[in-house]
Design a protein around this ligand. Sequence first.
Ligand SMILES: [Zn+2]
Length: 316
Amino acid sequence: MLNTIDIDGRIKLIDLNDLNQPKRTGSYVLLEDSITLIETSASPSIPYLKEGLAKLNIGLDQIKYIILTHIHLDHGGGAGLFLKDCPNAQIVVHPKAARHLIDPTRLELGARAVYNEQFDQLFHPIIPIPKSRIITKENEETLQIGSKTSLIFYDTPGHANHHFGIYDPVSNGMFTGDTAGIYYWTLKEHGFDLFLPTTSPNQFNPLAMIESIKFFEQKNLSVLYFGHFGFTKKVALALDTVKNWIHKFVECSKKGYLSSELDERRIENTYLALRAAIFDFLYSEQVPKDHPVFATLELDLKICSMGLIDYLDKKE
Ligand SMILES: [Zn+2]
């Protein structure tokens, strides 16, 4: 089943069923003079994106800009494949990301190291993007998408060095990608908001992430649009919660790091500590033990633990 959420008439969110999970990763569609998408997810999600756009009566030739908050494959891995069918679109990315879209060899190798044999099922194919179709935006540069609307791009490292946040002046909102964490939308439907950081390899930096989140706080935003999944107007709560969990994540990983000489064991012990902390918290909030969020969290926390130990490895 395809979900498309009408956020405010002007911004729609198409569920891209990343990892075959609903409400996991989405593409935002900004209905401006220049139709603009934010995120495509991975190649296996592109049929959902096309179906969602068709339901919104948007022709692929009408799409002008496809913005990627960063190029981790669950955000931009399908951009090359999708672009082949969007003759008038340009890809907009952080300056540090462009060369990896033009030649995705390193991107693919990095993801294969994390996802191993699951890679093909999750991400194949990664199609290179011609340089002529890519626009880069430095910190505070803008992109005019409507007669009165210009988006503003902000360098927001922490989750990745090549990550930007995109400010929308009309809604006073920020598209945060992964910098401000993940919103576990399936729990929202259960009446509970869970926001957690995402610390996946291999550029996670907790200090930079906290600085980027503080920057979001200073902007007095009205809404946050997450890469995973959905939006919230509880901006202060979301940002504060994620900041607190970053400290907790790092604390767990430091113990995990000291528990063994082997990275594999360090990662496993970090994962177990994080899992215990978060699951206990959710049980205390009366989330039923058979809720699908627990399976999602197990996967996320494994990847987060890899990124945390990778960070400590580089620091030591
Ligand atoms: Zn990411």
